[in-house]
Design a protein around this ligand. Structure first.
Ligand code: HEC
Length: 112
């Protein structure tokens, strides 16, 4: 079990994009392994999962979600809102981090 956890942590660490101008540090640390550095849903874990991690550049999806809904799924995780349990909960984010994440997701939507 310990070994499995360690492997999981190593996998997450390796798939993380190098620090860059792509997104806020919090996105790179917690989201990019699945959603990809640019939020196209093409992170190592996200592109192979079923369903795949959300591509934030999809205009139809952007139009279907309010900021409050984004915050809700980010805070409580996919399972709590009827989405994939792979989408993790982040209940510990401070308001400035949450605002950064929502801003980044919306900015991605402006470049389909
Ligand atoms: C372990 C992989 C994984 C990580 C890490 C992850 N996500 Fe996701 N995320 C997913 C998957 C898979 C979905 C698609 C869920 C679905 O459509 O059922 C998703 C969906 C979403 C959605 C769309 C929900 C909706 O209402 O359609 C948002 C927004 C989101 N993620 C934000 C984030 C943010 C922000 C982070 C980092 C704090 C993050 N995710 C980290 C896998 C992940």
């Amino acid at each position: 079990m310990r070994r499995a956890l360690w492997l999981w942590a190593a996998l997450l660490g390796c798939s993380r994009a190098p620090r860059s101008a792509h997104g806020p540090a919090i996105f790179e640390a917690r989201c990019a392994s699945c959603h990809g550095a640019d939020g196209r849903g093409d992170g190592l874990l996200g592109r192979t999962s079923v369903p795949p991690a959300r591509n934030f550049h999809d205009p139809a999806w952007q139009a279907s979600r309010t900021d409050a809904q984004l915050e809700d799924v980010i805070r409580r995780g996919g399972l709590a809102v009827g989405k994939s349990p792979l989408m993790p909960a982040s209940p510990d984010l401070v308001p400035s981090q949450m605002a950064e994440l929502v801003r980044f997701i919306r900015a991605a939507g402006r470049t389909p």
